[in-house]
Each structure stands twice: as C-alpha cells, then as structure tokens.
Design a protein around this ligand. Structure first.
Ligand code: DAT
Ligand code: MG
Length: 137
C-alpha cells in the first residue's frame, strides 16, 4: 500500500453552486478518507504561494482573482495513491474536454465557462501535496 495525503480544494464555483456535498461524496465513495476539512476565504498571499508555479503565466491573474472571489473548501484527503487517484476522479483541467464520469466532466458547465472555473484543485505530486497541505492546514 502507498498511503498518501493530498490537498483537495473545492473552488469558489463548486461552493457557490452547492456542489460541496456531491464532490465530497465522490471522494468518500471512492474509498478515500477525509482527514481534515475547512472553509477558507483565501487572501492573495495564500493564493500566490499556492499557485507559485503559475506566476507570470497569462492565466495567473484571472485564476487568483477567481480563487479569491469567494470561499473554498479545503480537504486533507488520505488514501492509497490518492494524489494520482484524485486527479483521475477530477478529470482533465478543461471541463469542456474532461471525460464523463469525472467531477469536471460530469459537473462542469460549458455555457460561459472559463477554464479556471473547473470546480476542484488536486495536488499533482508528493512534493506539492506536502507543500500545499502546509499552506492550507
Ligand atoms: P490543474 O488544476 O488541472 O492541476 P494547472 O495546475 O495546470 O491545472 O492549472 C491551475 C489552474 O489554472 C487550472 O485548474 C485552471 C487554470 N488554468 C490552467 N491552464 C489554463 C489556461 N490555459 N487558461 C485558463 N486557465 C487555466
Ligand atoms: Mg495543478
């Protein structure tokens, strides 16, 4: 077994659309464990650290603006190979092309959607999981 922890964020669009329960349900149904959970209205400083790898990219400013537009739900999630597994549950970054069966594929709204409004964040490696969990918890 390779038990890992990952950071999942339910982004402001997910919280505002009332999808928190549905997204957490999918995480638990898969067999992952919610180890810690909090509601956070993130400030710029936290988001700048969280998204430091994207600083300078064209989508960085709109992404941070969107992420500070409302509260997010942060979850510490544990499970066997959960870092890769949650990203698989989430689907690809752009909800328009995310596969059916995934969070972004099933719940992403195509009409008027911006790519940053893709409902969830999941850490992409053991290093980023450790770094991001320390930021949010
Ligand atoms: P992911 O969230 O799938 O790990 P990422 O880390 O590459 O994707 O990017 C972080 C977020 O930035 C992503 O969830 C949505 C936004 N984003 C990424 N690429 C984008 C693009 N080309 N245009 C607009 N937003 C983008
Ligand atoms: Mg990422």
């Amino acid at each position: 077994l390779e038990v890992e922890e990952t950071l999942v964020l339910i982004k402001p669009d997910g919280v505002a659309r009332g999808l928190t329960g549905e997204i957490l349900r999918r995480i638990e149904a898969k067999g992952y464990q919610l180890v810690d959970l909090r509601f956070v209205h993130a400030d710029r400083d936290l988001l700048a650290q969280h998204y430091e790898e994207h600083q300078g990219k064209p989508f960085y400013e709109p992404l941070v603006e969107f992420m500070e537009s409302g509260p997010v739900v942060a979850a510490r999630v544990a499970g066997n190979r959960v870092i890769e597994g949650f990203r698989s549950l989430a689907g690809t970054t752009d909800p328009s092309s995310a596969a059916p069966g995934t969070i972004r594929g099933d719940l992403g709204r195509d009409w008027g959607l911006k790519v940053q409004q893709n409902l969830v964040h999941g850490s992409d490696s053991t290093e980023s999981a450790a770094r991001e969990l320390a930021l949010w918890f």
